[in-house]
Design a protein around this ligand. Structure first.
Ligand SMILES: Cc1cc2nc3c(=O)[nH]c(=O)nc-3n(C[C@H](O)[C@H](O)[C@H](O)COP(=O)(O)O)c2cc1C
Length: 442
């Protein structure tokens, strides 16, 4: 019998404000940078439900292309349904070692999906139920202006409107993945929030809605407006935007998934890698400036036209500059683990790196979450761009951080936040059945 997760010890949860980085530093040293003992049999806590509130079914299958949201209430519901299905809905059925599973458009560490999505519109505040593809109506009040007032940087892209037309709030269930990952799960939750935020930005950008992702806000106030139990679930990101135009998924967006059956040990063309890196290095529309950006490194093994070893992407020129010739994707992972084999088969690894110390003076402990969120956005972009380029991809948090940081050869406090293995997926990949069709450009 599984026991309920224990309340985390004081340093087990990265704080969001208060100690100028000291508490975040302590958390990272004890839990965030140490590969945890993973209990693969442990599941996630149940997705959030709000018993007793009205449930509004969304059109299923979603209408693609959805009508633009500004064409009245029915169009607005169809557009929201399309957006939420492609953000966090069930888009495919996967057959895995663990049995049959509901596949989502976004990756999530260990498939635990700690994230929940809330939407504030002119008609009120709703919570999305992915498995039912329905909305729980939490309030009929238009809370957008009030929500926007809780943001440190009110939306700048929406003048002369007093409020953003569309507000998505991404929360995390704090205990969702702790049974499997222990306190390391909190860092995974920040990366997962980033993946969901990245997907929201991708979808809203494609719908011409000029989105901005906010990581700085009054946490408790936003939680209060959503009616959350602050000790159990917290808002981790807010995405504000104009009213979206039509939303239509392309085949790559629906095809994105983890290369679960591994990679063929064959070379991939450098042109495909470059399109992935271009997408990953695009500026992220966030509510804050990063004191130091998330630099990207490639540890190449089998990339046609690229020497094996570690290369740093120059964000200004888009060129890869050699760092060291003796690094391999395999060497980034603990020996004997699943990452080592995946790393051996992969054509290359893209390392998303960041600098914790650079942000603590300006943003305090919250920078920890902000930096991991940024890395998650980049990870989501890499997975999607890989699907577009016909490459298999797998996000990995199970790197040996010390070994990975050693190949960066940097004298600054730069560290590896996330690794993405790329290559040609083995055979036809693991069996899966698409539930939705896509013809759009994404
Ligand atoms: C932040 C993050 C870290 C991940 N780390 C690992 C990992 O270390 N090993 C692994 O096999 N998969 C990892 N994954 C992939 C997830 O297991 C995968 O996304 C999830 O099972 C859902 O499957 P899908 O990506 O095919 O939709 C990670 C995903 C995310 C978002």
């Amino acid at each position: 019998m599984r026991t309920a997760p224990q309340a985390p010890p004081p340093d087990a949860c990265p704080p969001s404000a208060g100690t100028g980085g000291a508490a975040a530093r302590r958390y990272h040293a004890q839990h965030g940078s140490v590969l945890p003992t993973i209990d693969p049999a442990a599941g996630s806590t149940a997705p959030r439900r709000h018993p007793g509130v009205p449930v509004i079914p969304l059109p299923y299958p979603p209408v693609f292309p959805s009508p633009p949201a500004d064409r009245g209430p029915a169009a607005s519901l169809e557009c929201l349904g399309a957006l939420l299905a492609l953000l966090n809905g069930v888009t495919r059925i996967d057959w895995t070692d663990a049995g049959v599973g509901a596949g989502r458009p976004v990756p999530s560490g260990g498939g635990t999906y700690p994230g929940e999505v809330y939407a504030a519109t002119a008609s009120g505040l709703c919570h999305y139920l992915p498995s039912a593809h329905a909305l729980e109506l939490l309030s009929r009040t238009d809370l957008r202006a009030e929500l926007a007032r809780s943001l440190d940087q009110p939306p700048v892209d929406q003048p002369p409107l007093e409020q953003p037309e569309s507000v998505l709030l991404i929360t995390s269930r704090l205990d969702a993945n702790l049974a499997r990952y222990g306190p390391f799960g909190h860092r995974l939750q920040a990366l997962d929030t980033g993946a969901l935020t990245g997907q929201a930005l991708t979808l809203l950008e494609s719908a011409g809605a000029a989105p901005t992702a906010h990581a700085r806000f009054a946490d408790e106030e936003l939680g209060r407006l959503l009616g959350l139990d602050y000790g159990a679930e917290r808002v981790h990101a807010v995405v504000t935007a104009r009213a979206p135009g039509a939303i239509a998924p392309g085949a790559p967006l629906l095809r994105r998934r983890t290369a679960r059956s591994g990679f063929e040990p064959v070379p991939v063309p450098s042109a495909a890698l470059r399109t992935v890196l271009e997408e990953a290095a695009r500026p992220v529309p966030l509510d804050h400036a990063a004191p130091a950006d998330c630099d990207l490194y490639v540890v190449a093994h089998r990339v046609t036209g690229l020497e094996p070893g570690c290369h740093r992407l120059d964000p200004r020129t888009g060129q890869l500059a050699p760092v060291t010739g003796d690094a391999t994707p395999r060497g980034l992972f603990p020996p004997g683990g699943p990452g080592e084999l995946a790393g051996f088969e992969a054509a290359c690894a893209v390392l998303v790196t960041g600098d914790y110390e650079s942000g603590y003076p300006g943003y305090g402990d919250r920078w920890y979450r902000m930096l991991n969120l940024r890395a998650g956005v980049i990870g989501q972009r890499i997975g999607l761009a890989a699907a577009r380029a016909g490459l298999g991809a797998g996000l990995r948090c199970d790197v040996d951080t010390r070994a990975a940081d050693a190949v960066l050869r940097t004298h600054r406090d730069r560290t590896t936040l996330l690794a993405v293995l790329l290559g040609q997926e083995r055979g036809n990949g693991s069996p899966s059945c698409q539930l939705l069709g896509g013809k759009g450009p994404l």
